[in-house]
Ligand binder design. Structure first.
Ligand code: G3D
Ligand code: MG
Length: 209
């Protein structure tokens, strides 16, 4: 177990380490549905398009029964101003990034390389962050048009998984994978420079100057 104080402003009272996960990808790929399925255990046919950025908190146990909290950020970034409403420091603070496309929508897959994965490479990201590519809507078997996502994921150093927010398939496995990878990095001391409130405040001030 890591020896440093395991809390930020959200984990301070409970003492449960809290980590930040951001979810990005084209509009309509199912980002909000994936987050709601995991955090609230529900799937609604329709969500009002999120405005800007929103997050949900969820406590979970990772493989060795340690409790952690995930603060899961829903980035409703439009493809044309995809990073405009995302503060740069949000990326640099993320412990994990989930990049979502829709397996029935070729454009959402093509946009990964031309936009999401490509631009992520330009961002300053936290050392030892975890990245996973997610092909959502796996329930729509007959409408699948994307079959080569695994190799793209490997090219960008991401794991790959397919989910159905609608059916609930692989949603827990997705967040277990995310939580486990984050927690293992944390236990190795991989996040020690940036987890704490004081440092974060300093960092924000620096990045705003
Ligand atoms: P977004 O947050 O990425 O913009 P949403 O996407 O979560 O709002 O989902 C966009 C649409 O895809 C919604 O349908 C939603 O019901 C649907 N959807 C999300 N996940 C799945 C899934 O796993 N399987 C299927 N079949 N549909 C899914 P509408 O009709 O509101 O556009
Ligand atoms: Mg949404």
């Amino acid at each position: 177990m890591s020896s440093h104080n395991a809390s930020d402003e959200y984990g301070a009272e409970s003492g449960i380490p809290t980590f930040k996960v951001i979810v990005i990808g084209d509009v309509s790929v199912g980002k909000t549905s994936i987050i709601s399925r995991f955090c609230d255990g529900e799937f609604k046919e329709s969500y009002p398009s999120s405005l800007g950025v929103d997050f949900k908190m969820k406590e979970m146990k990772v493989s060795n029964q340690s409790a952690i909290k995930l603060q899961v950020w829903d980035f409703a970034a439009d493809i044309h101003n995809r990073f405009a409403n995302v503060a740069k420091h949000s990326y640099s603070e993320a412990h994990a990034i989930i990049i979502v496309f829709d397996i029935t929508n070729k454009e959402s897959f093509q946009d990964l390389e031309t936009h999401w994965l490509g631009e992520l490479q330009q961002q300053t990201l936290r050392e030892n962050h975890f990245k996973i590519l997610v092909g959502n809507k796996s329930d729509l078997v007959d409408k699948r048009v994307v079959t080569n996502a695994q190799s793209l994921a490997s090219k960008y150093g991401c794991e790959y998984m397919e989910t159905s927010a609608k059916k609930g398939d692989n949603i827990d496995q997705l967040f277990q994978t995310v939580g486990r990878n984050i927690f293992e990095a944390y236990q190795r001391g991989g996040f020690k420079e940036e987890l704490w409130t004081e440092d974060k405040e300093k960092k924000k001030k620096c990045s705003l100057q």
